[in-house]
Write a protein that binds this ligand. Structure first.
Ligand code: NAD
Length: 486
């Protein structure tokens, strides 16, 4: 049992600096997606637990946490980042077992969590208000203040990175957080709370209530004591969260799904592009909001790019997270069913599977493995080219002109990330403006994790921005002070 490695009982909630059992004692089974085995139980928190967590957060704001200076918060977050780095191996092992992420990827996520703490730790005392020229006899200035209690609902695919960017920025601005991790994977959320507390985070500043979305998650979004909600997850649930928050007029940041394109022109450096084209589709078994699931290729180089991507696909090896191969399992039997369903549609509609990766022989049948699949012959309006599959499936679409590439790129309801591959500087600038997307990468894609880079979507990919400095504005409110002194 993975719980043996932890210094706490993962079937408890972390509220007001203490490990407390959920009010009605219920738990949820935690599964290792690589094997299908049970690795422990977590709390199935509900309305009463959320209420206790919100009260603890409110008390923290009225107590020691609310009295911290920006400098103190900065030092504390930096210290938490250091402790995270000291615990990278444990965190990576937990994430690999819980999410099915190959160990190297899980380790990178733990390092990214530390990096968020360092970045936001360094930023706390650099967010300023401003003075505003006004009428004669006035001095007007603005203050940036915390919202108060912030609610954070996190999915299972990148728990550590998403906690880092959302809880890290919220704490930096002096908010007190209530975190509801995903029921499928929440060990690192609990471990992070333990690490942060040990590093000196005052009680109540961060509370964690695991549980089901429709129970603990819904209770958090509907709670009148929550002053801001950060939600990362699916479009459908995002809309529910926004509706619930609207009843309390609470602001919401929605980080939702995507169908992100990479556009490859015939003058591009294909050798440089190739690893990005494939990795951006298969990383974390394609269960990445910013996965590049559509590859648009100019017709003159289309066959060559498909052939070279196919070679890479055939070399991909899929297996247990602990074996640290290219691709791990999907998170659950349900997710495997969804992704396999898309591949069934592809076969039924006579789309061509140009190449597939290999599931290794020792991958247990009880794990949730799907072979990465590269599809061609797909029309841009086909569901395979429109819907977020959330699995290791990419489609390669040909185009002739720049205008056509832009039309296809913009032809879904999403707009999260886009990549543009061309050596033509003018075209780079034109496309960066014309493609509807929260982030654009030119001659790279999703490089370096982007802790410093504002991130978020347009259209059904959501609204609001996390990561970078921009998140600090989102996790604070601006107060205008107008002093009349004659
Ligand atoms: P999901 O929406 O099912 O669940 C996400 C979280 O919401 C979980 O913690 C879940 O318990 C909770 N939840 C579910 N129902 C709820 C409800 N009624 N009220 C409140 N909370 C509720 O999403 P998922 O399947 O876990 O994650 C995959 C989705 O997340 C994909 O669409 C992916 O693109 C998106 N995602 C987006 C980003 C981003 O930054 N844009 C990052 C990661 C994942």
């Amino acid at each position: 049992m993975i719980a043996d490695k932890l210094g706490f009982d993962p079937s408890r909630c972390f509220i007001n600096g203490a490990w407390v059992p959920p009010h009605d004692g219920r738990t949820v089974r935690l599964e290792n997606p690589s094997t299908g085995e049970t690795i422990g139980t977590i709390a199935r928190g509900g309305t009463k637990d959320i209420d206790s967590a919100v009260q603890a957060a409110q008390s923290a704001l009225n107590g020691q946490w609310g009295a911290t200076t920006a400098l103190e918060r900065g030092r504390l977050l930096t210290r938490i980042g250091q402790r995270v780095l000291e615990n990278v191996d444990l965190l990576a092992e937990l994430e690999a077992a819980d999410v099915g992420k190959p160990l190297t990827q899980a380790r990178n996520d733990a390092i990214a969590l530390a990096r968020y703490m360092e970045f936001y730790g360094g930023a706390t005392d650099k967010v300023h208000g401003e003075t505003i020229p006004y009428l004669d006899g006035y001095t007007v200035y603005t203050l940036r203040e915390p919202h108060g209690v912030t609610g954070h609902i996190v999915p299972w695919n990148y728990p550590m990175q998403i906690i880092g960017r959302s809880v890290g920025a919220a704490l930096a601005m002096g908010n007190a957080a209530v975190l509801k991790p995903a029921e499928e994977a929440c060990l690192t959320a609990l471990a992070f709370a333990a690490i942060a507390h040990e590093a000196g985070l005052p009680q109540g500043a961060l509370n964690v209530v695991p549980g089901l979305g429709e129970e603990a998650g819904a209770a958090l979004t509907a709670h009148a004591g929550v002053n801001h909600i950060s939600f990362t997850g699916s479009v459908g649930v995002g809309a529910l969260v926004q509706s619930a928050a609207a009843r309390n007029v609470a602001p919401v940041t929605l980080e939702l799904g995507g169908k992100s394109p990479q556009i490859v022109f015939d003058d591009a450096d294909i050798d440089k592009a190739l690893p990005f084209l494939v990795n951006a589709g298969i990383q974390n078994a394609g269960q990445t909001c910013s996965a590049s699931s559509r590859i648009l290729v100019q017709r003159g180089i289309y066959d060559d790019v498909v052939a070279r991507m196919s070679e890479r696909y055939k070399a991909l090896r899929v297996g247990p997270a602990a074996d640290d191969l290219d691709v791990g399992p999907l998170i659950s039997a349900r997710q495997k069913e969804i992704v396999s369903g898309f591949l069934d549609v592809a076969r039924a509609d006579n789309l061509t599977i140009a190449a597939q990766g290999q599931i290794v022989g020792n991958a247990p049948d009880t794990g949730h493995y799907v072979a990465p699949s590269l599809l061609v012959g797909v029309s841009p309006d086909h569901p395979l080219a429109q819907d977020e599959i959330f699995g290791p499936v990419q489609v390669v679409l040909p185009f002739d002109t720049e205008e056509e590439a832009i039309a296809i790129a913009n032809g879904t309801e999403f707009g999260l990330v886009a990549g543009i591959w061309t050596r033509d500087g003018g075209r780079q600038m034109r496309l960066a403006k014309a493609v509807r997307s929260g982030q654009i990468f030119i001659n790279n894609y999703g490089a370096g994790g982007g802790v410093e880079l504002p991130f978020g979507g347009v259209g059904k990919s959501g609204h609001g921005r996390e990561k970078g400095f921009e998140a600090l504005y989102g996790f604070s409110v601006l107060k205008t002070v107008a002093a009349h002194h004659g």
